[in-house]
Design a protein around this ligand. Structure first.
Ligand SMILES: N[C@@H](CCC(=O)N[C@@H](CS)C(=O)NCC(=O)O)C(=O)O
Length: 375
């Protein structure tokens, strides 16, 4: 039975971004009910308060307040409950926010590839879920199929095409190994407790890569420790029985595991060139759109940027939202003491990630009416 008077999470089991908010709600012990946003009530009452943008996750509080966007949802609860999932020391704070960007925006290629390009393993499963997301009308099946087809073609925009598939697979196999190595040493990214970055990483690693049949089987067979992290992230307790130490807290003294540095070095292979190319393209676009009024909604993408990695050319949608999240890392860095800045710089340089502090858009992004907007 759906509980009344609790928080409603509008999402779907299949949704990449809903997986991030759901995991947070579970770990924070917040009572919630998950509902698919396909009802007349949602359309009439919730959607207008969500800036008119139908995106999952969106939450509705008992008093009718609506918060749309995964980062905003987590911010809302962090702000009202004392920042329980934000570490307090400099390197760990930076990494927590950086993994949030990487999870939300940086792993879309493997997430889309292993969902959409394995029909034999995934198709029936996807059809069921897309149909379930549609209102219960006689044409539910057709509408589900149409929505699935729209998503399949949108996925190509992130840069997975026949000529890049092999590279996407190779990089993902290496990523699984690096993640697996880390989660063999530590239950969560920063030790015995999840941080904001863990929730960000749940976006691609649960809804798609840790749940769709094809990549789930791969993860269970090739990266058991990573699979356990995914499972752990959806459980209310720390769920780390296989680790000898049971300290449910971040590593002491701002320590960062060496396995995390190795992981970031690998992620930098495409994250850095893509971030640089996307910023260039969006900044050019901004210079051609100087008449945008403040509070104009951000477009999802402004066109495709091109970059090279491991000798292959990739063309991928340049999304301003990546820079909305990245600015949070940069703002955090700007507020550090000089000595802490040096420590953070040396850590980022060891992972080939130094540039993330400098790559910026020429116009700030804010939030208005539950939408990300140009400031
Ligand atoms: N920035 C948003 C993105 C949410 C998002 O794109 N969700 C997908 C499902 S995983 C969706 O609802 N897409 C439909 C749309 O954006 O119109 C967040 O982090 O919550």
């Amino acid at each position: 039975m759906t509980k009344t008077n609790t928080i409603k999470l509008y999402g779907s089991a299949l949704s990449l971004y809903a997986g991030r908010a759901r995991s947070y709600l579970i770990k924070a012990g917040i009572d919630y009910s998950e509902v698919i946003p396909n009802t007349p009530y949602y359309a009439k009452t919730v959607l207008p308060k969500a800036g008119g943008r139908q995106s999952m996750p969106t939450i509705e509080l008992a008093d009718g307040t609506v918060v749309r966007d995964g980062a905003a949802i987590i911010d809302y609860f962090e702000n009202t409950s004392g920042h329980g999932f934000s570490p307090s020391s400099p390197k760990q704070r930076i990494l927590s926010l950086l993994f949030d960007v990487i999870g939300a925006e940086g792993l879309l290629r493997p997430a889309m590839h292993y969902r959409w390009n394995f029909a034999e393993e995934n198709l029936k499963y996807l059809e069921f879920h897309f149909e379930s997301m549609m209102p219960d009308t006689p044409d539910r099946k057709e509408r589900g199929l149409a929505a699935a087809n729209r998503m399949r073609s949108a996925a190509i925009g992130f840069g997975v095409v026949p000529s890049t598939m092999q590279l996407v697979e190779t990089l993902y196999a290496e990523l699984m190994t690096k993640l697996n190595n880390h989660f063999a040493q530590q239950p969560y990214l920063l030790g015995g407790k999840p941080c904001i970055g863990d929730f960000g990483m749940m976006a691609p690693l649960y809804g798609h890569l840790g749940r769709d049949p094809k990549p789930l089987a791969m993860m269970q067979q090739k990266a058991i420790r990573l699979f356990r992290w995914v499972e752990r992230m959806n459980r209310p307790d720390a769920d780390m029985g296989e680790f000898a130490s049971s300290e449910a807290d971040y590593l002491p003294d701002d320590k960062v595991a060496s396995t995390l540095i190795e992981l970031l070095k690998h992620i930098a292979i495409d994250f850095i060139p893509e971030t640089r190319a996307a910023a260039d393209l969006i900044n050019t676009w901004l210079s051609e759109h100087t008449d945008l009024e403040p509070n104009t909604q951000l477009p999802r993408g402004v066109g495709n940027c091109e970059f090279e990695m491991r000798g292959s050319k990739i063309s991928a949608l340049a999304q301003p939202y990546r820079f909305y999240l990245l600015k949070r890392v940069q703002d955090e860095f700007a507020g550090l003491y000089a000595a802490d800045k040096l420590e953070v710089q040396s850590m980022l340089s060891a992972c080939n990630m130094s540039e993330i502090l400098d790559i910026k858009l020429n116009r700030d992004i804010g939030r208005h009416n539950n939408l990300e907007v140009w400031a």
